[in-house]
Design a protein around this ligand. Structure first.
Ligand SMILES: [Zn+2]
Length: 305
């Protein structure tokens, strides 16, 4: 008899990562393929169908795949059917990828924002309660934000709730990739940190930035910017916990203590300043897939209720 399983997929600008659950519900046959290489013919729906058919043939012969969940670095419609905008991958805007894959493969397929998949994994891994408000702030190239209420991601009217990277900074003049001026991503994101490095420390490797130059005011200001942006959300939502993650937070010698001091400074006293539970997630390549697997498992369970 075949074993039931679910598949989790994490589509990124560089790699597409795939994995499925084994008989114990653990991640198995984790695989990474190059996004550019696989999407080069321009027909992404066809390419994803081929990738998945190959994966199913190779690893899932003795399995009965019940659900697939895909995390995408995109804004999605509120019903999670339409991919609205993918800044880092050409040709995915306004695509109904889930529907097409479902039709081509005969397996239910759900889409979600990549940061929400990361958060599904992080709160599971940290054993946080589903009840209440949980926040994920992922400082990578941009600023990723997951807002979960009682275990469910907040989507908003159009699906774009939690665009923490695009809140305006008062007095700001930076031009954002989204077309607006003064977005927080111009001041507190990985791409801004690269700008700082190129301008002030061109001789230093990116990975050594905090180790070698932490005393420099420009880096202190950068970390304070992250604290300002995150505190804004904490002051509004008074969450049960916040998880910080992403490439920048996981850089060598990133000053977590200073971030927390600055957060405390900006948070309303006594609450949420005194009560906020701050946690950190490790940046591991399989986290997005593991989160998508958890999401897929939840969908399957709900369907069978
Ligand atoms: Zn913006």
């Amino acid at each position: 008899m075949k074993i039931d399983c679910v598949i989790g997929i994490d589509i990124g600008g560089t790699n597409i990562r795939i994995g499925h659950t084994d008989e114990n519900g653990k991640l198995a046959d984790f695989e990474r393929v190059s996004t550019k290489e696989k999407f080069k013919n321009g027909n992404i729906e066809e390419s994803m169908t081929i990738i998945l058919k190959e994966y199913l043939d190779k690893y899932c012969q003795q399995y009965n795949v019940r659900q697939i969940a895909i995390g995408i670095p995109a804004t999605l419609s509120a019903d999670r059917e339409e991919i609205l905008q993918v800044p880092n991958i050409k040709g995915m805007d306004h695509m109904f990828l889930g529907r097409t894959l479902e039709k081509n493969l005969g397996i239910p397929v759900a889409l979600g924002k990549d940061v929400n998949m990361l958060y599904f994994w992080d709160y599971h891994e940290k054993n946080l309660a589903e009840e209440g408000i949980g926040i994920g702030v992922y400082i990578g190239t941009g600023i990723g934000n997951a807002i979960f209420i009682n275990g469910q991601p907040l989507t908003g009217k159009d699906g774009v709730a939690g665009e923490l990277g695009h809140i305006p900074m008062i007095g700001g003049t930076g031009k954002c990739g989204c077309g607006n001026v003064a977005c927080s991503e111009c001041y507190a994101s990985g791409w801004h940190l690269v700008e700082i490095k190129d301008r002030y420390f061109p001789e230093t490797d990116m990975g050594e930035l905090f180790t070698k130059h932490w005393d420099e005011p420009v880096l202190k200001e950068f970390v304070d910017n992250i604290a300002c942006v995150a505190s804004t959300e904490m002051n509004i939502l008074n969450p049960d916990s916040v998880i910080f993650g992403g490439g920048v937070i996981n850089m060598k010698d990133f000053p977590k203590k200073y971030l927390q001091e600055k957060m405390y400074e900006h948070l309303r006293k006594p609450y949420p300043a005194e009560s906020l539970d701050i946690q950190y997630s490790e940046d591991k390549v399989e986290n997005g897939v593991k989160g998508a697997i958890i999401y897929a498992g939840k969908l399957l369970k709900n369907r069978e209720k």
